[in-house]
Structures are given as structure tokens and as C-alpha cells.
Ligand binder design. Structure first.
Ligand SMILES: C[S@@+](CC[C@H](N)C(=O)[O-])C[C@H]1O[C@@H](n2cnc3c(N)ncnc32)[C@H](O)[C@@H]1O
Length: 256
């Protein structure tokens, strides 16, 4: 199938839950796990675990690293509607690829996002959407720069959904997670699909406590917080370090 979305840099790919994701020719990687499915992965690895701890707040502020096809942002709106949530929601999302964002008005999203067509269009054309309940803002530029200069309040939730540490290491280093620690609330939660020990070490070295997000119909993922979370299985990182003494976190200098 071809679409106006397909370009020299990316093409649409059907994933196993029936939703389309994309393949990046530049990074040689899919935007989502084709096995777990694009929409399903967003919901079970990011939105649902994050909101398990956040239902009762008046206002929720999310950092969505990185916007990509916008699934994590749109799945959050879908989750809000489905669960009749009424707390004010702010989502801030950096994305380096401006042409990708512009092309999203031609992307074939799952039917669950049908009611957000106007929001998808506004975000694709103007990078911003705002109503009484929802504020969504895409920053076209480098996420590293964005998190160091972010002017608003701290984050309740961080969706850590960059390309893999092998492909895009600069968004997985201990220095990167140090900057994230500075802008996440003490009781904030970070969700990521990665269970790599190097990534967990980079979080651990920045005082994050690590948890396992486990379910029957998806591969394990990681939840991290500066506080204790009762809702998830604790990951004994000290034990993992003892068993893998050679493992180490990525550092900015390794990425040069
Ligand atoms: C795995 S995709 C994100 C998928 C997205 N969360 C979604 O649900 O569709 C990774 C994205 O990171 C973007 N990216 C890569 N390096 C970046 C950087 N330094 N700053 C901001 N965005 C970056 C890529 O252009 C790509 O769109």
C-alpha cells in the first residue's frame, strides 16, 4: 500500500494489532514494535502504566519523548475520553523531524483516533492544540536541548519512547536521564519499552527506582520513579549488577 505519507525517509507498515506504524529508512528501525502493535504498545507500555498512579490529580503534565507519529499523545487522549477523565492535561513533545510532523495529516491512524481528526490536523499544521481540558504542544527541535531549557512546571509523566539505545544513544545516556530527573516530579513516573540493563543503570545512577511492567499480551517494559510505587514489581538492580559486573550505562562521551 502506498500513501502520501510514504517518502524517502519513512513508509507505513501494518503492525500486528491492525494499526499502522512506520519504518524509518534513516534510522533503519520501526517507530513501534510491529509485534506488540502500534496502538497496543502505546496503551500498555506507556499510557496505562503511567495513569495507574495518576488518576486522582487535578492537573497532569506529560513529556512525550519523542512525538514521532504521535501515538503516545493520541493514545493518552483516547484513554482520557474512554475513562471520562476530567483533570487538566498538558502534553509537551519534542520532535526533530519537522517534515514527519507535517506529513502526519496523511497518516492512516487507527479508528480509535477518528474523533481526534481535527486535533491531528492542528498538530500537524501548527504544532499546537488547545481547549479547556487539553493543551498539546510539539517542539520542533532537539529533545536534549528542550529538556534543558523547559520553562514550565515539572512533569508528572515522561513517556521515554526514542528509537533504540543502539540507534539513537544520545536519548538514553546517564547525562540525558540526569536532565530528565531535574524536570520530573518526585512522584512522577517514567515509562519505557526498554528493559536493557544499560538503560536501567543510567536511570539507577540518577536515583530512579526501577519497576517491571508485565502483562500477558505484550513484552515486558520498564517503569521508573524517584519514589516508591506500589503498583509494579520492584526490579532488584543491585542483584542484576552483581550478576552482570561488566554492564555499564551509556555516557554522552560514548556517543561522540
Ligand atoms: C520511536 S520514534 C517515536 C515514536 C512516537 N513516540 C510515537 O508514538 O509515534 C522516535 C522519534 O524520535 C525522533 N528523534 C530522534 N532524535 C531526536 C532528538 N534528538 N530530538 C527530538 N526527536 C528526535 C525521531 O525523528 C522519531 O520521530
Amino acid at each position: 500500500m502506498t500513501s502520501q505519507f510514504d517518502s524517502k525517509l519513512h513508509s507505513m507498515v501494518l503492525s500486528e494489532d491492525g494499526s499502522y506504524t512506520a519504518y524509518s529508512k534513516e534510522y533503519d528501525e520501526h517507530y513501534h514494535s510491529t509485534k506488540d502493535g502500534a496502538l497496543h504498545e502505546s496503551l500498555v507500555k506507556h499510557v496505562q502504566p503511567a495513569f495507574k498512579t495518576k488518576q486522582d490529580q487535578n492537573e497532569i503534565t506529560i513529556l512525550d519523548i519523542c512525538y514521532g507519529l504521535g501515538f503516545n499523545t493520541l493514545a493518552t487522549l483516547y484513554y482520557y475520553k474512554k475513562n471520562n477523565l476530567t483533570s487538566k492535561l498538558n502534553i509537551y513533545s519534542p520532535e526533530l523531524d519537522a517534515s514527519l510532523v507535517k506529513s502526519l495529516k496523511d497518516f492512516t491512524y487507527p479508528k480509535e483516533f477518528d474523533e481526534f481528526k481535527n486535533i491531528i490536523l492542528e498538530l500537524s499544521e501548527n504544532g499546537i492544540y488547545d481547549d479547556e481540558l487539553w493543551h498539546v504542544e510539539i517542539f520542533l527541535g532537539d529533545a536534549r536541548e528542550y529538556i534543558q531549557t523547559f520553562p514550565h512546571a515539572k512533569f508528572d509523566i515522561v513517556y521515554q519512547d526514542a528509537f533504540s539505545p543502539t540507534t539513537n544513544p544520545i536519548l538514553w545516556t546517564k547525562e540525558y536521564f540526569r536532565d530528565i530527573r531535574n524536570i520530573i516530579k518526585k512522584d512522577g513516573v517514567l515509562t519505557t519499552y526498554s528493559i536493557a540493563l544499560g538503560v536501567r543503570l543510567a536511570l539507577h545512577e540518577n536515583e530512579f527506582i526501577l519497576y517491571l511492567n508485565k502483562g500477558e499480551n505484550f513484552r515486558d517494559s520498564t517503569v521508573a520513579s524517584l519514589s516508591t510505587l506500589e503498583q509494579f514489581l520492584y526490579v532488584n538492580i543491585q542483584h542484576k549488577i552483581t550478576c552482570n559486573p561488566q554492564a555499564k550505562s551509556l555516557s554522552d562521551k560514548d556517543t561522540l
